[in-house]
Write a protein that binds this ligand. Structure first.
Ligand code: AP5
Ligand code: MG
Length: 194
């Protein structure tokens, strides 16, 4: 059983690599961004609140986001036992602490944090391209700049947090999608006791 957190800046490839890792290792892929975008599309109460933050490139407040993740996990009662890849959560230290407790409640834990490390100048280009191709609402220059600033202020400290926990595994996430996937897979296959 393997529970992974995939971690990295906006546009670093979390979603792209998570889909492949989920298929290769038989994991449930939980993307909090996708969960919120589904709520926005259905115009639920949560969706309306989430939209007001996402459209400004801000994070949804921790207390609300932690409840959202808890309810996703509660709806998938066997997931934490059979393997999950968390994409986009945690994004703050309080979220990381909450995830630890939630996994303990499910008699489980996060085994490894895969940190996708990408040259900053790539990120903007990737997201602007996706904005043109797929029309994701937060993929415009102004919102992307804000998302990157929020990442540096609020999310990047998690790298040190997980290094201190002995769980951080940094991956060079520049280059082709296939090469990056191969690097991540090699790192996972080399983990002890799996
Ligand atoms: P979320 O949906 O998680 O967005 P994000 O972190 O900004 O990251 P992206 O999804 O844009 O990028 P990614 O790393 O998944 O990369 P991808 O594979 O798509 O969150 C959106 C918003 O929701 C947040 O801003 C926040 O408001 C809210 N939110 C979500 N979770 C939250 C939480 N826990 N707490 C509070 N708020 C939360 O790749 C990007 C593009 O590049 C794609 O087009 C892809 O095809 C392309 N690409 C990928 N890899 C490569 C490669 N190697 N070479 C070339 N192109 C590539
Ligand atoms: Mg994503």
């Amino acid at each position: 059983m393997l529970n992974i957190v995939i971690f990295g800046a906006p546009g670093s490839g979390k979603g792209t690599q998570s889909e492949r890792l989920a298929a290769r290792y038989g994991l449930l892929h939980i993307s909090t961004g996708e969960v919120l975008r589904e709520h926005i599309a259905r115009r639920t109460k949560l969706g309306i609140i989430a939209d007001s933050y996402i459209s400004k490139g801000q994070l949804i407040p921790d207390d609300l986001m932690i409840k959202v993740l808890a309810s996703v996990l509660d709806n998938e009662p066997t997931a934490a036992q059979s393997g999950v890849i968390f994409d986009g959560f945690p994004r703050t230290i309080p979220q990381a602490k909450a995830l630890k407790l939630m996994m303990e409640e499910h008699n489980s834990k996060v085994h490894v944090v895969i940190g996708l490390e990408v040259d900053e100048n790539c990120l903007m280009q990737r997201m602007l391209l996706r904005g043109q191709q797929e029309g994701r609402a937060d993929d415009n220059e102004e919102t992307i700049k804000q998302r990157l600033a929020v990442y540096h202020q609020q999310t990047s400290p998690l790298r040190e947090y997980y290094i201190a926990e002995g769980k951080y595994c940094g991956i060079d996430a520049n280059g082709s999608i296939d090469d990056i996937f191969a690097r991540i897979s090699r790192a996972i296959d080399a983990l002890p006791n799996l």
